[in-house]
Design a protein around this ligand. Structure first.
Ligand code: GLU
Length: 446
């Protein structure tokens, strides 16, 4: 037991190993501090017991590993990776693994805590975890990324497991990465136990134990939530215009699903640049996704006008979907936004200053812990299917996802009304109440 958090798998906890974290400075210092402040704000609003606040103020466990990887040219490089397990009172730790040069212990802590809030808010039986390796995978070959992934999993050892901590894709990781993780994890288990290995990660290729609908799930969830918001504002999704930041797993799926519903994509931006529609019909989200996949980004899309980042933020639309990294909607960029709703597909895209400006300007926010929860919800479905030897169909997955999101949306809406809160604070308050309830029922060992 660590930090007063109930540990669900004692054998896994005894297998933890911690190495020295690397000394590099985090790109966004104090991100975890920000999560704690958000939790405090919501805890005050919901009148939460002080014990729960204390428990959630620090992660239950932090694993930092430095490990060697053989490069294609025979050199050996050292890599630093993390897995932070924030809280598991509701169930096994759950959350993605990202590969990015800005990965730091502080960032992974924040992302793990957001997973705790997210899972509690949508009421699925998981806690919060997150992992990452500090690397720009674009500088590595496919084989090097594979060897790095396998070596990272080996270094994590018994710190992950189907009933203990279940990773998934995140920034720069995907179904193929998850397939390597299962294979590596299974190889380290006794043959009779290997059947259990499938559930060690979610977001696998469908042909290798993944769930139908998982790949698009986060984007699907973003669209479901936008639909609920639209219904509350007496408008139809087919009449909406939108802009998207980040055209990867989340942004491109959200854009394509919205296109199917008749909404118009007015601009898109990613690390390669920004493009704007030249006609009111908008950009073709499918063609743009195809282009981004082929060329590595949205820049250079033929049927569009190239614009600057500043211009991108100012493009007029009904909805802005940040679906890239943290800290994009700052005080400055929030002032430029020309939209009615920010639907957060990314984790932590809005800074506290950004939030204050959005509130002041009357721009609605569907907060990340609600808006991007579709991914982890379908991860939960995948985990259930793996453990039960079942295979659900696409309609079943979409329907169940929608039901869970509708319930969560209604709970947050209820809290907004009950306590006169903004949506982010209300979402945290709902999640924290759920966690408080379980601690009250279970008590604290001994
Ligand atoms: N990385 C995704 C997130 O931040 C998915 C996590 C999961 O499926 O476990 O929500």
């Amino acid at each position: 037991m660590t930090n007063g958090t109930a540990t669900l798998n004692p054998s896994a906890s005894s297998a933890r190993s911690c190495c020295t974290p690397p000394a590099s400075a985090p790109a966004h210092p104090k991100l975890f501090e920000r999560v704690r402040e958000q939790m405090d704000l919501a805890a005050d609003a919901a009148g939460l017991a002080p014990e729960v606040r204390k428990i959630l103020a620090a992660p239950a466990c932090e694993v930092a590993v430095n490990f060697p990887v053989k490069m294609d040219d025979g050199r050996v490089e050292m890599f630093s990776g993390y897995r932070v397990q924030h809280n598991n009172v509701l169930g096994p730790f759950k959350g993605g693994i990202r590969y990015h040069p800005d990965v730091s212990l502080d960032e992974v802590r924040a992302l793990a805590a957001w997973m705790t809030i997210k899972c509690a808010l949508v009421d699925i039986p998981f806690g919060g975890g997150k992992g990452g390796v500090q690397v720009d995978p674009a500088t590595l070959s496919r084989r090097e990324v594979e060897r790095m992934t396998r070596r990272f999993v080996y270094a994590l050892g018994a710190n992950i497991g189907p009933g203990y901590d279940v990773p998934a894709p995140d920034v720069n990781t995907d179904a193929r990465t998850m397939a390597w993780i299962v294979d590596t994890y299974a190889a380290t288990m006794p043959p009779q136990e290997r059947y259990r290995a499938l559930a060690v990660v979610t977001g696998k290729p469908v042909s290798a134990g993944g769930s139908v609908g998982r790949e698009k799930a986060t984007g699907q969830g973003v669209v479901d939530l936008i639909e609920m918001w639209a219904a509350d504002h007496k408008c139809k999704v087919s009449d909406l215009t939108y802009t998207v930041q980040g055209f990867g797993k989340v942004g491109s799926w959200a854009a394509r699903i919205l296109k199917d519903k008749g909404a118009k994509l007015m601009a898109a931006q990613d690390v390669t640049g920004a493009v704007k529609a030249t006609t009111p019909a908008g950009l073709d989200a499918d063609a743009l996704a195809e282009h981004a996949k082929k060329t590595g980004g949205v820049a250079g899309f033929p049927a569009a006008q190239a614009i600057t980042l500043d211009q991108f933020f100012g493009v007029q639309a009904d909805v802005f979907i940040p679906a890239a990294l943290e800290n994009q909607v700052t005080g400055q960029s929030a002032r430029k936004l020309n939209v009615r709703l920010v639907a957060e597909g990314a984790n932590g895209p809005t800074t506290p200053e950004g939030d204050a400006v959005l509130r002041e300007r009357g721009i609605d926010v569907l907060p990340d812990v609600l808006c991007n929860a579709g991914g982890v919800i379908v991860s939960y479905f995948e985990w259930l299917q793996n453990r039960g030897g079942a295979a659900w169909n696409a309609t079943e997955v979409d329907q169940r996802l929608r039901e869970i999101l509708e319930r969560a949306y209604a709970r947050v809406k209820g809290m907004v009304a009950e306590k006169s809160l903004d949506w982010r604070t209300a979402a945290y308050a709902v999640a924290l109440r759920r966690i408080e309830q379980v601690y009250a029922e279970r008590g604290i060992f001994p």
